[in-house]
Design a protein around this ligand. Structure first.
Ligand code: LLP
Length: 418
């Protein structure tokens, strides 16, 4: 099942009409399907179940506490990148023993909070960070459960802003510096080295990138075990892509097979940090066409949602599927022959563009559209740029829906400044 299907000509999330939600909460809004969130988790888990994986949801993809709660209920842990995300994960009921702390710039305070809570592991990304983690842990009379994020020098096939696995990016410890890092795990007093982590990029469509990275990782495990290090844990990061704008993708089982073939027999505990794969296609941004503007050379459908609500198209040239909420041609003055249009937002930036030459039959001024694949890095990356409210988020379950974040109005935002 997909999260969004037409019923009686109206696009629904689960079995709730998006037009009904729009009438109740106004536009724009994000909507997530609980059913789809659960299905996505189940799929991820089922293909890896024999490896007894710890699946830590990358909270950065969708930090709404209600969303994290659903995944927690499915059995997910959390991959967090800040004390703020830690607070959200804990609030959503994720046990500290299932929380992984990622990120290149953890502060002393953040490290202390995580250690006191007793989280599962910290992923160290540099030698200076290892020293600080040890210092903070020692000051608390604790040992820090640690994995080293290694940079395996793999050039992932993704947008250049989404690649993290090559030398020269800020992420991970270069393999050439691993000798020094491994030695430090023996000499620094409060580090408890468990294993390695890799994450070579996000939105990876070509699973060959994973094969390359995980093969290198397995070689490293064998090499360092040979030198007497008891490595018991591997964290395979996130990064599995989803099809945007009608692309087709190899089934998830192929990713799982790569995991089995490359690291499945090392006898390590395995952790994963998926974000997009769990939440991306479970969500959409629903918006109304404010104007159908026909210029001399171009037609524009100008939405009430903008790049501040969904920045992915502007930032990564991402092209999400955009579909009408009411299926097929509707009657009315705005009903036009299918003529391609650029779908844009109201923000004063040329990059406020959701797609060029999209065909949206029957959609004109006043109509609703849904921008699909909006569950990951949508609301999470939204801002109030151009004096705009932060849009509501709605969760559907079966034939019910509820608001899981209300609209944060500009009046309220002005209140923050006083
Ligand atoms: N683990 C680490 C260490 C990460 O840096 C990330 C994503 C993930 C896991 C989760 O990756 P996923 O499974 O979602 O691919 N804003 C961008 C995505 C940035 C992702 C950053 N790190 C976008 O909208 O495409």
């Amino acid at each position: 099942m997909t999260a969004f299907t037409y019923r009686d000509g109206v696009l629904c999330a689960d079995s709730v009409s998006l037009a009904d939600i729009a009438a109740k909460v106004g536009t724009p809004f994000y909507v997530y399907s609980e059913t789809r969130l659960r299905e996505n988790f189940r799929e991820f888990h089922s293909h890896l179940a024999d490896l007894n994986p710890l699946i830590c949801f990358a909270v950065k993809a969708n930090p709404n506490v209600a969303v994290i709660k659903i995944l927690a209920d499915c059995g997910a842990g959390a991959d967090i990148t800040s004390a703020g995300e830690l607070e959200r994960a804990v609030k959503a009921g994720i046990p500290p023993q299932k929380i992984i702390f990622s990120g290149v710039g953890k502060t002393r305070d953040e490290i202390a909070i995580a250690l006191k809570l007793g989280i599962f592991q910290l992923n160290a990304e540099s030698i200076p960070e290892m020293r600080i983690i040890s210092e903070v842990a020692a000051s608390l009379n604790l040992r820090a459960p640690l994995t080293l994020r290694v940079n395996p020098n793999v050039a992932a096939h993704t947008h250049f802003k989404l690649a993290t696995g090559e030398m020269g990016t800020k992420f991970g410890i270069d393999s050439a510096q691993l000798d020094e890092a491994m030695e430090l795990t023996r000499t620094l007093p409060a580090l408890d080295l468990k294993g390695f982590q890799v994450h070579v990029g996000t939105h990876l469509f070509d699973y060959g990138d994973f094969r390359e990275a995980y093969t290198k990782l397995a070689d490293m495990v064998r090499f360092w075990r040979g030198k007497g290090f008891a490595l018991t844990r591997l964290d395979l990061g996130g990064g599995v892509g989803i099809p945007y704008d009608g692309r087709t993708q190899a089934p998830f089982s192929e990713y799982a097979q790569i995991v089995h073939e490359t690291v499945g027999k090392l006898g390590c505990e395995l952790a994963f940090e998926p974000g997009r794969r769990l939440v991306g296609d479970a969500g959409a941004l629903v918006s109304r066409v404010v104007y159908d503007k026909r210029g001399v050379s171009k037609r524009f459908l100008i939405l009430d949602a903008g790049m501040n609500d969904l920045i992915r198209p502007a930032m990564y040239e991402a092209r999400h599927s955009i579909v009408p909420v009411r299926e097929g041609p509707v009657t009315g003055y705005h009903n036009s022959e299918p003529e391609p249009a650029d779908v844009v937002g109201p923000v004063c930036e040329t990059s406020d563009l959701f797609g060029e030459n999209y065909l949206l039959p029957g959609v004109g001024q006043g109509d609703l559209v849904a921008i699909l694949q909006g569950g990951a890095y949508g609301a999470a990356m939204s801002s109030n740029y151009n004096g705009r409210a932060l849009v509501p988020e709605v969760l559907t379950s079966g034939d019910k829906f509820r608001t899981i974040r209300r609209r944060i109005t500009v009046t309220e935002q002005i209140g923050w400044e006083e």
